[in-house]
Design a protein. Structure first.
Length: 201
């Protein structure tokens, strides 16, 4: 999977964005605003916020600008995606970006604890075993009142880079790590999307 996104990213930031967001470029701003409206009400008052699969930073950067009291960390498996994200960061002091192996979050030296994690347009690209691994790592690193917001797809085509999964699977993975969960909504704009929140119970 990492090789695919790296290849897209090397063709430029527009190609990287197009690969992540399967809509005409004119619609991208609306899609970003739609996602921000889902994420922002869940943000904590303080602490570290992790963007899991941040890509070029289209969600991370506006959130960091709007919420300077929070520390934002972005991770992605593509070195070039992270380079695009760094170039777009504009020296915001509350942002740090990391490249990972596509299966792990940064180690405790770089990311000791997490108040909130969101993941958008990433989990549908990895198999259940990788999703389970991420959820386990997040559960171990969440603050006492920490939470996660996961967007995934439950319908559509299947293939090497597309893994739709039932809502029950995601909820089961959260419960298996001792996290309470709530299905916030099946998306009203993107019919195959769903948003699930998990938190320490």
């Amino acid at each position: 999977m990492t090789g695919h996104w790296e290849q897209q990213a090397r063709q430029g930031i527009a190609s990287a964005s197009r690969a992540c967001w399967d809509e005409p470029p004119a619609h991208w701003a609306k899609g970003v605003d739609h996602c921000l409206a889902r994420i922002e009400p869940q943000l904590p008052r303080e602490g570290v916020v992790l963007d899991l699969g941040c890509g070029v930073g289209r969600l991370l950067h506006p959130l960091a600008e709007r919420h300077p009291n929070l520390q934002f960390r972005g991770v992605d498996s593509s070195v070039t995606m992270i380079r695009h994200a760094l170039a777009a960061n504009n020296k915001k002091p509350n942002v740090r970006l990391f490249t990972t192996d596509g299966q792990s979050i940064p180690d405790k030296r770089k990311l000791p604890s997490i108040a909130f994690c969101y993941s958008v347009l990433m989990l549908q690209h990895v198999p259940n075993a990788v999703v389970a691994g991420y959820i386990g790592q997040l559960a171990a690193r969440l603050d006492e009142q920490g939470s996660v917001l996961l967007q995934f797809v439950y319908g559509g085509d299947s293939g090497p880079l597309c893994h739709p999964r039932p809502v029950s699977v995601v909820c089961g993975l959260l419960a298996g790590q001792g996290l309470a969960f709530d299905v916030l909504a099946q998306d009203d704009v993107y019919p195959t999307w769903c948003w699930v929140k998990g938190w320490r119970s």
